[in-house]
Design a protein around this ligand. Sequence first.
Ligand code: APR
Length: 567
Amino acid sequence: MAEGNEDYPQGSSREGDEPYRADKCLVSSSQAISSSSCTGDGRSTPGGEGEQREQDTASCSLLGNLKQCHKKLGQLTFSRTHTVLINVPIFNASKQLLPEEGRNMWHSSFVKMPFSPASVVTIKTGLKKPTQVCRWEIIIKNLDSLASKKEIGVEDVEKVIIKCNPQYKDEWMFDALYSFVKCIPKEENYFHTLFPKMAALALSLPLHVKKAIPLLQTGHSAAITLSQVQISCLLANAFFCTFPHRNTSRPNAEYHNYPTINFNRLFGNWSERKKEKLRAIMHYFNVVTDENTKPQGLVTFERRCLRESELPSWRSCEETLSRLHVTSKGSIEANSAGLLQVDFASCLIGGGVLGSGLVQEEILFLMNPELIVSRLFTERLADNECLIVTGSQQFSQYTGFGGSFEWMGPHEDNLERDEWGRLQRHILAIDALHFKHTKEQYSMLKVTRELNKAFCGFKGYGDDEPDIATGKWGCGVYNGDPQLKAVIQLMAAAKARRGLAFFTFDDEELANGLQQIYHLLVKEGITVGKLYRLLEDYCAVQQALGVSHENLLDFIRDNIRCSRSQL
Ligand code: APR
C-alpha cells in the first residue's frame, strides 16, 4: 500500500484554519497553486494556462483542511441497541478487557455459536440407533489434537475441518491451502507452528465470548462493540469452519441473507490471487496469536438504517456544495487517516473476500481482517442502510489491484485510540447499484437510490463528525459512470454538511474535470436541488439519445453558462 505521499503527509491536519465556508476559497493564492497541483505532477506552470487552471480550480481545498474526527466520547456505555461484549464498568474503571457474562442464545436474532449445546450432530454407528452428539465436543477433540502438537501440516487442518463438517467431505477443496504452504519461501513459512496456535485460539472462544452476539438485522439500527481478542477467536473459528448453519446459501437456507463466514472457499481453487490473500490472512493470525503483538483494543460495528422521514427531498434542497479535495494520487486508506473512509461494498458485506474477489472492498478487508467478522452478524444491506466500523486495525500493506494485487508485508498501525480504546479508523460500507448495462443508471429512480444510499452513510449525528474520503464508488465492478457517481456523492456530502476528499485513483481527467466543475458550482452558488434538476434533464437526454453523446460535467457546465447568459 502506498504510504502517505509527499503532497499529503498522513494525518496532517491544520486545525485553527479560518472557519470553513464553501463559497470562500479556503486556500491562499500560494496554496491555490499547491491545490491545483495536487492532482498534477506537483508542478504548476506560472502564468498563462497554469494561471487559468489555477483560477478554474481555486475553490478546491487541501487535504489538510478537511475535518478529522475528534469526537469526545466520554465513558463506554451500552444500550438496548448497542451491545457491548466486554464488561463495561470494569473497562471504565480500569480499561481492563474482560468478557461480559451472559447466556448462550440459540435464536434467530443471535449468532448461533459453535459451542452452543443446541448445536448437535446425529451420529449413526452400525445398527445402533442414531445418537445426537454436541458438535462442540467433536470440535474440541479435533482442535485439541492440533493445538497439542508443535508442528502440523495442511493435511491435519483439512482432516479437522472435515471432521467438524463431514457432510462436505466430497465438496470442499483444500488445494489452494496445500499449494500455498508449499510455495511460500522457507523464511516466511511459519505455518506449521502457527496452525496449532490458531487451533488453541479457536478453542478459547467460550472463555472470551460469553454474551450472545445479536445479529445486525435488515431494517434495524443497532451496534456491537467487542474486543480485538474476541474478534480473533471468532475469526479462528471461521478459519476452522466451526460456525453452524453457515455453509449453504440456498434461497431457503436460514442464513441465505447473510454473507458466508466459514473460510472453506478460501482453501480451494488455487491461484496467484489466493496465494496473496492467504499471505495477508495468515499474517493476521500470526500477529494475534503472539502474546507480544496481540492487539488490546475495541471495535464497534454500527448498522444505520435511514427512516423514510430522514430521506431528503432532493429536488428542493437549498444546500450549496461543501468543501472538496480532489486528487488522482494516492488511495483512500493511505491518505485519509481521521476521515470517514468509504468501503465500495457489496450488500453482502465483504463481497468476495473469502472467495476470489480482489477489488477495493476485498483488499480493504484483507488489510484490516477484523472487518471480516462483520460477515458473521451483518444481514444484507437494504437501499436505506449502511455499516460503519470504528477501530479496525490495519495489519498489512499491499500493492496493485485485482489481478496485480500483492501482499507487501506487515503494517505498523500507529493511529491513536479514542477513550473507548478504538483505533481512530472509521470505515463506511455503502453498496452501489450494479449496472449490467451502463445505460440503466440514467434513470432518476436509480440516481435517487444512490443519493439516498450515500446520504445514509454520509449523514452525521452531531457536528463533530469527520469529513469523508471516497472515490469511484460503484464505478468498477458495478459499472457506474464515474462523473455521475462523483456528482451524486458531492450532493450527498453537501446535504450532510460534510467535506469530501475524492481520490480518483490515477484518473487525471476525472480529477481535473471535478476540480473545474466544482469551482464553477461554488462560484455560481448552485444548490443541490438545482443539480438534481440538471440530472433529471441529463437522464432524459441520455435515455432519448441512447448513447452518452455528452459527458455529465460538460452538460452541467453548458447548462449553467447557458442559463447565466439568459440572465
Ligand atoms: N482508493 C481509491 N479508489 C480506489 C481504491 C482505493 N483504495 N481501490 C480502487 N479504487 C477505484 C478504482 O478505480 C476502481 O475501479 O475504485 C473503483 C471502483 O472499485 P470497485 O471495487 O470495483 O468498486 P465497485 O464498482 O463499487 O464494486 C463493488 O466489488 O469489491 C467488490 O464487494 C465489492 O461487490 C462489491 C463490488
